[in-house]
Ligand binder design. Structure first.
Ligand SMILES: Cc1cc2nc3c(=O)[nH]c(=O)nc-3n(C[C@H](O)[C@H](O)[C@H](O)COP(=O)(O)OP(=O)(O)OC[C@H]3O[C@@H](n4cnc5c(N)ncnc54)[C@H](O)[C@@H]3O)c2cc1C
Length: 500
């Protein structure tokens, strides 16, 4: 069966839903692997959205912080576009129903409560439900999508291939609950999120396995900045032998005064940076990694700083600790670093267009250049919103007019990923293309991935995962200096400035 639409959006995170909404009145098919808005990273976001809303703040200051975090490898014009419309974008979200945390001022006017995060020079993080920002934002966006007449949602449906005709991407092959079908469209938008599930430990859900990036790679699209992978320093340590998605312990805990200690109860961050626990995210993550590499354990101790107020101030983290039988009011919380965010992805231009005509990318799977070598905290939900809206409007304004007609298509017979290979890929990347890299480890990773690929069927999802993993390793080998989130212990450090 072949359906005809104007636009296919693959992925129902913040970037996919925003693009689909903004593309009205074009007819949009929205494909998502699981349940609409609930199957990607977006709903897990805790901190919130960065926007220069405070009286002491400006988009220029926000842009400067973004450039410092990105070590000036950012695309300056993308940064300016992102930061200049951030305040109005947050107001748009509030207008469609997102309930952000607010308080009344002396004149009884409601004002956003603004949080401050590492490497932001001002308090500018708009949040919801304390640390439940992503869930609230996605609830509001999903409701808007449900009310929109121009969007048809295909849940439990996975894009398995991109279709090509006349040297253009003209649709997607999809495997849904009823079998394989195709959607022909003049524009195909990848909004498939990150790659965390490729690593042994990640804060991302299992859908973040780089499948959209793999589709783009298979079709011949250019990727960029794949060496820039951000690790969060504090994920809740897993029980022994467990891998995959780990609960995030938000940076706001360290902002509130929680400290990092080792198994001997010694605070170790002061030896790494005068800013201690509030040092840039990659500095803290590497310090935690070093403690663990010495065979120790690391804990986040919030007993003094947060104590009895933990359940009210950090309800999401408190619930995750409880599941593990930990009471953070009385016990330090065991932590490990975990893959958190990919700065690179499918290279796109100012209109989110990839190097292949007809193929667009937005959100975490795209590399718009906005983050440079490291993402400033809370800029990624914003990126999905701002560039998603821009892309939707661009496509709606007649930049797509007629959907291509496809007479037939051959479904790709995808074999599901295997647990055993996923674990091997995760271990290879974690050890050799993780927080600390060197040429020996990266060459070894290259060999191990080639051997794994050799044993895979061409159409297997494992092969897709391995190709994305290879693109990370190759990019990390090519960049010999240390910059931003990319740290080579065999390089003379070029830069160690702040990151988000
Ligand atoms: C725990 C956590 C906390 C975070 N906190 C913050 C924060 O406070 N502020 C901030 O700015 N950022 C935060 N981030 C990062 C941010 O949440 C993500 O970068 C952002 O949500 C990515 O949005 P997205 O729309 O690009 O992708 P996602 O939300 O990951 O959505 C991807 C979608 O693509 C679908 N998909 C993937 N492959 C296919 C396929 N082949 N076929 C069909 N569908 C497919 C998935 O099912 C999913 O629907 C956090 C991330 C995590 C994990």
């Amino acid at each position: 069966m072949i359906d005809q639409f104007d636009i296919v959006v693959i992925g129902s995170g913040i970037a996919g839903l925003t693009t689909a909404l903004a593309a009205a009145p074009k007819r949009v098919a929205l494909i998502t692997r699981g349940a609409l808005s609930r199957d990607g990273s977006s709903r897990w976001a805790q901190g919130g959205i960065a926007a220069a809303i405070g009286a002491d703040d400006t988009p220029l200051l926000h842009a400067q912080d973004t450039l410092v975090a990105g070590q000036y490898l950012n695309d300056r014009s993308a940064v300016d576009r992102l930061t200049s419309v951030a305040p109005q974008t947050v107001r748009w979200l509030a207008a469609i129903g997102a309930q952000f945390d607010t308080r009344e001022n002396a004149r009884h006017e409601k004002r956003f409560v603004l949080g401050r995060e590492a490497a932001h020079s001002r308090a500018r993080i708009v949040h919801a439900g304390g640390d439940a920002s992503g869930a609230e934002i996605m609830r509001a966006l999903a409701k808007a999508v449900g009310d929109a007449g121009h969007i048809t949602v295909f849940e439990q449906s996975q894009a398995s291939d991109l279709l090509t005709a006349h040297e253009r991407i003209c649709g997607a092959a999809v495997r849904g609950p009823q079998g394989d079908f195709a959607i022909a469209a003049a524009a195909v938008v990848l909004a498939t999120g990150g790659i965390g599930a490729l690593y042994r430990y990640t804060t991302n859900p299992s859908t973040a396995d780089g499948s959209g990036i793999a589709l783009a790679l298979r079709a011949g699209a250019v990727l960029s900045d794949m060496e820039f992978v951000q690790f969060h320093p504090t994920a809740l340590a897993p029980l022994s032998g467990h891998s995959g998605q780990l609960p995030l312990l938000t940076e706001a805990l360290r902002g509130a005064g929680a400290i990092l200690i080792n198994a001997g109860g010694r605070r170790f961050m002061l030896a790494h940076s005068p800013a201690a626990e509030l040092a840039p995210r990659d500095v803290v993550a590497r310090a935690v990694w070093a403690e663990l590499e010495r065979g120790g354990q690391v804990f986040l101790d919030a007993r003094k700083a947060v104590g009895a107020a933990f359940p009210q101030r950090f309800p999401t983290v408190f619930a995750a600790c409880q599941v593990r039988g930990i009471d953070p009011r009385e016990q330090p919380i065991p932590v490990v670093p975990a893959e958190h965010y990919l700065m690179g992805g499918v290279r796109v231009d100012v209109h989110a267009a990839s190097s292949l005509p007809g193929l667009y990318a937005v959100g975490e799977c795209a590399c718009s250049g906005v983050h440079g070598a490291n993402r400033l905290a809370s800029n990624s939900l914003l990126e999905g919103l701002v560039f998603g809206r821009e892309l939707g409007v661009h496509l709606a304004r007649g930049n797509v007019s007629t959907a291509s007609h496809i007479a037939e298509f051959t479904p790709r017979n995808i074999e599901p990923a295997t647990q055993e290979r996923a674990q091997k890929i995760g271990d290879v990347l974690w050890r050799n293309a993780g927080l600390v890299r060197d040429a020996t480890g990266l060459f070894s990773a290259r060999e191990q991935l080639a051997a794994l690929l050799h044993d895979c069927a061409e159409a297997a999802q494992d092969a897709d995962r391995i190709r994305v993993a290879q693109s990370i390793v190759d990019a990390a080998l090519a960049r010999r200096d240390s910059i931003g989130a990319h740290y080579r212990r065999d390089a003379v450090a070029a830069n160690t400035a702040a990151s988000g």
